[in-house]
Design a protein around this ligand. Sequence first.
Ligand code: SIN
Length: 319
Amino acid sequence: MQKRAGVHLIATGGTIAGLAEEENAPQHYTAGVLPAEQLLASVPGLAGVARLTVEQLYSLDSRDMTPEHWRGLARAVHAALARDDVDGVVVTHGTDTLEESAFYVDLVTQSPKPVVFTGAMRPANAPSPDGPMNLLDAVTVAASPEARGLGVLAVLHQRIHAARDITKAWPDRLDAFSSGDCGVVGRTAPIQIFRAVVPREKALPIAPDGPLPRVDVLVIGAGSAPDMLEAAREKGARAVVLALPGNASLPDAWRDAVIVAAKVGVTTVLAARCGNAVPPKMGKRNLPAIVTALPPAKARVASVAALGAGSDPESWLHA
Ligand code: SIN
């Protein structure tokens, strides 16, 4: 008989561990209150899929996650991956910032063992919760040899996404996530892998203890005032991501502010506010700035991860 794979579950909170005060009004609930053991107990048959161990790392609504939480989570993931009895890791997480934590862990992790994030759009005591299905699918993927070498993944609504590509695209749909033009990596029940994920040549180190760099995101609309960049600098931002119209198109009125920021050592990152890739032909237009194809929230994650590890953010913003 084939040995069951070992999967370590790290619980961080979210709607998947949320409880509504009244089952008939599931839209009013508190995220991150149900302990991990109870989450597991809600999924019949889970113990048949993998040998499970569990860790309650945080109990948070993911809007309250910070870069310090990403660092703590990455350390917990690395500790689990180092164990001989662990073949894969599952992280349960709120869906609101799941893509940010998953991308941080992806940037600092190089392991063939699957690391799979999951969450839910409905609280655990909703009339028809999606958490149990997502958890079963995530554990199945983490235990599967087919998921090895694909980097950090997220499994939601029967779809397998790469951490690099996933974004929450709808705030309330059960099928809330998209991987845009890159497409999903595969599907679950049964697992089918549709495409390869090109592995990164190296990973960033996890940022050492101590304060992490402040990186701000400014969303620029028609006529937005460039002194917002100055304000971010003065508040201590080491990098500022500008979520710009069109192809990361910087208004002329902002050019001087970007030049001054560079002179005082603050990195400006030009991202497209519509979230999809910036074609390379747009270039920097002679600006001392980095152009990224990452969506603004992920450009911020890459900047925090690189600056926090003492690395130049440029190559990680093309990650
Ligand atoms: C959260 O992100 O913690 C709340 C929302 C969710 O999990 O869907």
